[in-house]
Write a protein that binds this ligand. Structure first.
Ligand code: AMP
Length: 288
């Protein structure tokens, strides 16, 4: 497994692979890898086959964090990340520095950003106004550096995957976006690098996001028809409110393709939630 730090070096390797007809699978991450990330690595490997190349990027991208967010304390474990990537048969770990990715940004010499303007309006885009511009910019840059044929994203960040897919279509990136299912802990909590922030008590309460998703599914299944979104939201809000550490940022029902909120919830409607458990902001989503 190679560890590559410089975008130009990564690009050279990717171009060599391309010339020799070797397909490239790519999994962008911010590191502190868990089974959710590794399930994406396996999906990338399945897509490119044993003779293909799998690249994992590990980069905590500053432009997708607001000044008030957790950039400086975002969890990191470089040695363990490398061990896991090696174990999964990753070919290259691309781990650039900020200086390499955003040369001159602090000096005001970096000024090009990519912004998707429709799917980013609600949900995470509304709660974190500068977030998606950072995501689309870094993902576009990483695509230009890694030159993947297939890029794998997690359904855990549903809106992010949809936004990236739209960017790829709108900007004619020659690659396929694959979205892999959310990997969960045995009790249903969606795996996330940020779960490490939770105290034992908060960890126990965090499962309420999964219980809310399950309740929405059960209610829609039980009626067999559609339900009023505001009434269902009120019931889920009450359920989440039973946990003393929980504070809701949003609970939204929306069309999974357009991201537009819906008034009525039926099978196939997407539910997304952002809930603070103590100081830790967790997100989860799924089809009801
Ligand atoms: P992150 O390191 O949090 O930026 O995540 C990198 C990629 O892993 C993104 O495409 C995420 O959607 C995906 N991911 C994170 N957590 C999970 C999970 N529990 N299951 C599946 N994919 C995940």
């Amino acid at each position: 497994m190679r560890i590559v730090r410089l975008p130009a070096a990564m690009q050279r390797i990717a171009l060599q692979w391309k010339r020799s007809g070797c397909p490239i699978g790519f999994v962008p991450t911010m590191g502190f890898l868990h089974e959710g990330h590794l399930s994406l690595v396996r999906a990338a490997r399945r897509r490119v086959g044993p003779a293909g190349a799998v690249v994992v990027s590990i980069y905590v991208n500053p432009t997708q964090f607001a000044p008030t967010e957790d950039l400086s304390r975002y969890p990191r474990d470089w040695k363990e990340d490398l061990r896991l990537c090696r174990r999964e048969g990753v070919d290259v770990v691309f781990a650039p520095t900020d200086a390499a990715m955003y040369a001159g940004r602090d000096a005001g010499d970096y000024s090009t950003y990519v912004a998707e303007e429709q799917l980013t309006r609600g949900l995470e885009g509304a709660a974190r106004p500068t977030h998606f511009r950072g995501v689309t910019t870094i993902v576009a840059k990483l695509f230009n550096v890694v030159l993947p044929d297939v890029a794998v994203f997690g359904a855990k960040d549903w809106q992010q995957a949809a936004v990236v897919r739209r960017m790829v279509a709108d900007l004619n990136f020659p690659l396929k976006v694959v979205v892999a299912p959310t990997h969960r802990e045995p009790d249903g909590l969606a795996m996330s690098s940020r779960n490490v922030y939770l105290s034992a008590e908060e960890r126990a309460q965090a499962v309420v996001l999964w219980r809310a998703l399950q309740q929405a599914r059960a209610e829609v299944k039980a009626t067999g028809k559609s339900l009023r979104a505001d009434a269902l939201r009120a019931r889920l809000t009450a359920l989440i409110g039973t946990q003393p550490a929980a504070r809701i940022d949003y609970v939204e029902f929306f069309d999974p393709d357009t991201m537009v909120p819906v008034d009525r919830v039926s099978r196939g409607t997407q539910l997304a939630m952002a809930v603070f458990i103590g100081k830790t902001r967790l997100i989860d989503n799924g089809k009801v």
